[in-house]
Design a protein around this ligand. Sequence first.
Ligand SMILES: [Zn+2]
Length: 235
Amino acid sequence: LLQIWGLCIWGVRTAWRTESDGDFYCPGCGGDRGYRRRGGTRKLTVLGVPVLARGSAGSVVECAVCRTRYGLEALDRPTTTRFSAMLRDATYTVALAVLVAGGSAGRQTRDAAMAALREAGFADCTQEQLTAMLTALTATADSTRAQDPGAADDAAIDGCGSWLSIELHEVLEPLAEHLAPQGCERILLQGARIALADGPYLPAERTVLGAVGRCLLMSQESTHRVLEAAARVLP
Ligand SMILES: [Zn+2]
């Protein structure tokens, strides 16, 4: 009898407090939602009144719409809005890298790059903006080369200058973790089409496209297959 009494008198309850909030992709109700990150503290209760903290119950993420709770890893997945922006940035960076590698002078090449950018959602990107960006990038690459000839070797690794090479890694690698293999191939293919717009791949273009494949965590074989397939339909 004492034991039954004990169960009723003593208890443990988790008290939750909001630590932060933001937007996340809720797998429960399937969309971008607000979330509250909540930290729990276990409390010993007597007759329902908390008397003593009994340690942390960890943190959870709670959807503001469906109230489902998840582990903190739910925040690793980008929201759909963020994901679209990542895809757009990927297309833009790959286009610039291919243009820098290929010399970018030809009208066909620029038209192909503009087509890829518009398809990716840069509806208001103009030829002038693209030209300005390329001029700035080429100037940076030239001055780096003049100041530090060693840097030219680094730049040669990915074929497109060190700034763009860093950009490629920073933009593509986080995206690749969340993108299906077909999605990665599509980004590479967009780059390949730009490179092929004025004729077969130049060695520098191949190098930069190889780097794109690596940043997208594609195997060398897959990269090669996508590039060869694109070259076969060369007009
Ligand atoms: Zn939800």
